[in-house]
Design a protein around this ligand. Structure first.
Ligand SMILES: [Zn+2]
Length: 487
């Protein structure tokens, strides 16, 4: 075999290799399929075959990973012997050490023996890994072990990403969410591992463990795992309906038929998940499950349900008052509109310290009394401003109104100068027009893209000043606020 290595437009000289196979070469699977094409002649139709939609499925393969199925031990032994004969004819070794038998459903009291004579004897096992899936024939579900393994991998990969960040310095949110989708999400979608997802996204946004869950998705554009798994299942259904493969369609028809006859199947699980969604999403009737247009409608209904739930959670708490009714600019020049999930503009801020503080202000996890003492000492006394001790310590009060602290007054003056430099005259005039309503002025400033980095810097400076002073004492005799940190 002769090889040539090509990189960046440069080509190496040809060199010979006496070992190895053409892994990654597109002709390899075709050559293997041709080599294996006479296998069905050796494995004849059997009365005990598994039947999908009226068609017997005698054997399935992924390259040389062969899966033989039968509804009886005798039927399986016949297939095994046929497979062994095919290997002998084709100069292949039947690997009895790596090949195993699994029994699904009721287990016979006397275990059947799978003896191939000179080919050896196959072990009957309860667990095995096939094509990377850890499958179990007993215990709480066929995929339980697989889910547990995926959870462990997802946790390890998450840790590796954070260790990498420690070495590299703060990574942009866009990069972290990309790493999440590429390295963590593929493991998470195998099981309902919402805790791992929440932990990761809270860290991406640098929010504490008590932050609201909905914002993890409204701010990053990602989908909650519960919905993501369901949408992937619906996507798979669409994939089957588009697929030119006959067998997968037969399997779907079989599953729909079994479901109609009252057996628990993939369809019945899908139906119970869809019916449990908020907002009464209608599940298609049996015939509809085989219609592309009906499944596309289901997909849209589920997406709408997801966005309604997230928006409802955001709108349902005044903790997120600063992002209520938020509008997003249309990059194509159309009118601004509400978008439930997307990676928000402020997450692209270059300075990670400023970005973190601004995110916490917007998402109700800031260090002012209205957030910190909301649930513990939410009284007029507990929420009073640490600087003037007169008004409620809210973002709008400290940022826009309170004049009791000279450093904050100076920082505010700097901020106003920066707005004048970064914003257009029209924007400045608009912000000025809101002078008499500080809460609206604050909202307008938070929405203004041209001043976002100045706003984040102001948020950071104000927080630093506030942290040095600490919350207003609850008891005038005590200075420390023991146990008052929510995160
Ligand atoms: Zn004040």
């Amino acid at each position: 075999m002769t090889y040539v290595a090509r990189h960046n437009g440069e080509e190496s000289e040809a060199f010979a290799a006496a070992m190895g196979i053409l892994i990654g070469d597109t002709c390899s699977p075709v050559l293997w399929a041709l080599f294996m094409s006479d296998l069905p002649d050796f494995i004849p139709k059997d009365g005990d075959d598994i039947v999908l939609g009226g068609v017997a499925v005698r054997n399935v393969e992924q390259a040389d990973d062969v899966l033989l199925m039968s509804s009886t031990p005798e039927g399986l032994l016949r297939k095994l012997k046929a497979m062994f004969r095919w290997c002998q004819k084709n100069f292949l070794l039947f690997n009895t050490v790596k090949s195993v038998v699994m029994i699904f459903g009721r287990r016979p009291t006397a275990l059947p023996v799978f003896d191939l004579g000179e080919g050896g004897r196959l072990e009957v096992v309860r667990e095995h890994t096939y094509l990377g899936f850890q499958i179990a024939s007993s215990g709480s579900g066929m995929m339980r072990l697989h889910y547990d393994a995926k959870k462990a991998t997802a946790e390890t990969v998450s840790r590796v990403i954070w260790v990498f960040q420690q070495l590299s310095g703060a990574m942009p949110v866009a990069m972290l969410t990309m790493l999440y989708m590429a390295l963590v999400d593929p493991h998470l979608v195998r099981g309902l591992l919402e805790k791992v997802q929440k932990q990761f996204l809270r860290r991406v946004l640098e929010l504490g463990p008590l932050s609201l869950v909905a914002v993890l998705f409204t701010e990053t554009g990602l989908e909650p795992l519960r919905y993501r798994r369901l949408l992937l299942a619906i996507d798979y259904l669409l994939y089957i309906l588009h697929s030119p493969c006959v067998y997968v369609k037969l399997a779907l028809r079989e599953v729909v038929d079994l479901d109609q006859r009252g057996y628990p199947t993939w369809v019945s699980s899908l139906r119970s998940v869809v019916r449990a969604l908020p907002g009464q999403v209608e599940f298609p009737p049996p015939g509809g499950l085989l219609l592309e247009a009906r499944i596309e409608r289901l997909q849209k209904d589920v997406e709408r349900s997801m966005d309604r739930v997230l928006q409802g959670e955001v709108d349902g708490t005044d903790r997120l008052g600063l992002i209520h009714g938020r509008m997003e600019v249309d990059p194509d020049g159309g009118p601004a509109r509400q978008v439930v999930r997307m990676r928000r503009h402020y997450l692209a801020l270059y300075n990670p310290g400023h970005r973190k503080v601004l995110a916490r202000v917007l998402l109700g996890s800031h260090n002012f009394a209205t957030a910190r003492r909301r649930y513990t000492h939410g009284t007029v006394w507990g929420l009073r401003c640490r600087f003037c001790e007169e008004r409620e310590e809210s973002v709008v009060h400290v940022w826009m109104i309170c004049g009791a602290n000279d450093a904050i007054v100076r920082a505010r003056r700097d901020y106003i100068l920066k707005i004048g430099r970064s914003a257009t005259p029209g924007e400045v005039a608009y912000i000025r027009s809101l002078n008499s309503v500080p809460s609206q002025q604050l909202r307008a400033l938070l929405d203004l893209r041209s001043v976002t980095s100045a706003t984040a810097e102001y948020a950071y400076v104000v927080q630093e000043i506030a942290e040095k002073i600490g919350l207003a004492p609850l008891d005038r005799g005590l200075v420390a606020d023991a146990g008052e940190h929510e995160e």
